[in-house]
Structures are given as C-alpha cells and as structure tokens.
Design a protein around this ligand. Structure first.
Ligand code: SAH
Length: 237
C-alpha cells in the first residue's frame, strides 16, 4: 500500500519530540494560529508528512491531554493537510495479564472504543462506545513483529472498577485518552486511521499509573520513534 500524504496525531510534546527530530520535521505556524495545537511538516521517502500535537493549556501551561483537544487537533489537521491516512501515535497502559510489557509497541486492531460511556438505551449504547473501525494493520504487525490490540479511550488516567469491567467486556487491551476521539473525527471525514501505542504502564501492576508513566516515558517514546520509522517504511513501499 503506497501512501503519499500522512498525518501523525499525537497528544503530548514529549511523545512527539523524538519523531520530530528523527524525521527532521519543521514547525508549520500556519496549521492552527491562535490555538494551542501545533503542527510540523516534512517529507519521508516520497510521503508528505505532517505531525500535530494538542499543545499547551494556556491556564496551566501543561500539555493538553484527553479527547476534546484531540478532537480539535484532528479536525484542524484534516482540514489543513487533507491526509490520506491518519496515524494516532502515543503512550498507553496495557494489561500484564495479557502478556504486555513496558515498552511494547502495539498497533490497533478491529476498532477503537470509549470505555467510560455508559448509556443503556438501544442505539445510544453503541453510539457512545463508538466502535470506530481502524485501518487493517495486521500485515504490517506481522512483518515488523508488533503486537496488536483493541484500543480503548476515556478521559481518566485511573481505572475504577466500572471502567475495568467495561474494558474487559469490550476486549480492550490498550488504554489511553485520545484514540477514540481522533478516530471519530477521522470517520466523520472518511479518512482511514490506525494507532501506534507504546506501553508506559501496566494497569494491573498495582503500582500507581502516574508513577509508572513518568518512569517509563523515555523508554516508550524512544520505542515509538523506532516504530514510526518502520511504519513509514512499510507505508512508503
Ligand atoms: N503529563 C502527565 C501524565 C499524562 S498521562 C505526567 O507527566 O504525569 C496521560 C497521557 O498518556 C494521555 O495522553 C494518555 O493517552 C496516555 N496514557 C498513558 N498511560 C495511560 C493509562 N494507563 N491510562 C490512560 N491514558 C494513558
């Protein structure tokens, strides 16, 4: 599959930096002026590349995370760059009991879901969870030895029992805070999407997620950078 125009959507600057440096991307100040979101552009083996991040919250001066910022970043990116494919890249939690390890890189499989939307009314139950189909990356996963899993999204870093129950019922393997929002916007624009997620924490380890996240962020983002190069080589061929 040959793609010529790809946008990488990332939440945090720390997740994006190694990729921006590796691919020598240049900041594009015309992406989203006046808003916190930021964009970079470049070329890789004939692919026109763009990468966007949520940017910083003007109130706290911390990176924006979660679904609202990801929704805006994705919508602006599709309108500005008209990508043929969106790659949602980032860090995530996973389950040790599924054999996941810190630093593993997963590609999304089947669909992306929201795991914190509980609406027991026929029709709205499905709509709330989303079931956003992802681009089939099985061949790529096999070729490059990536794991694959169902990615599940909420706006919380923790995992209260009701969320855990939902994640288990949905078959969720990768837990994070943006993918379903990115996938929803991509679907509205009929733009194919898949996710590349590196594991910073094991949600069933008993260690507080924020501790594991901080400790393993460098390892995970470095693995993400290596993974993105493999992904782009595959998409360029
Ligand atoms: N900036 C904070 C932590 C943010 S963690 C700090 O430095 O402490 C949240 C980000 O990492 C989100 O963008 C989310 O997509 C991802 N993430 C990593 N592990 C996660 C988990 N177990 N649950 C939910 N989101 C997770």
């Amino acid at each position: 599959m040959k793609f010529e125009n790809i946008t990488i959507v990332v939440a945090m600057e720390a997740e994006a930096r190694p990729v921006i440096e590796e691919l020598k991307l240049k900041e594009d100040l015309s992406y989203c002026p006046g808003m916190p979101m930021r964009g970079w552009i470049g070329q890789y083996r004939g692919i026109k590349l763009s990468l966007v991040i949520n940017g910083k919250d003007p109130e706290t001066n911390l990176d924006l995370i979660g679904t609202q910022a990801a929704t805006l970043a994705t919508d602006y990116a599709i309108k500005h760059y008209s990508p043929q494919l969106i790659v949602n890249m980032g860090t995530a939690g996973a389950f040790g009991e599924n054999g996941s390890q810190i630093g593993d890189v997963y590609l999304s499989r089947d669909y992306v879901v929201f795991h914190d939307r509980r609406v027991p009314i026929t029709g709205w139950d499905k709509q709330s969870i989303g079931y956003f189909k992802v681009w089939d990356a099985e061949e790529l996963a096999l070729k490059e030895n990536f794991k694959t899993g169902i990615v599940t999204t909420s706006n919380s870093l923790d995992m209260p029992p009701i969320d855990e129950e939902n994640i288990r019922n949905l078959g969720g393997e990768i837990k994070e805070m943006e993918a379903a929002a990115v996938a929803w916007v991509a679907r509205l624009h009929s733009t194919p999407l898949f996710c590349v997620k590196a594991v910073t924490d094991l949600v069933d380890s008993g260690i507080p997620t924020e501790e594991e996240f901080r400790k393993n962020l460098n390892l995970a983002t470095s693995n993400l950078k290596d993974a993105i190069v493999k992904v782009l080589n595959y998409l360029a061929d």
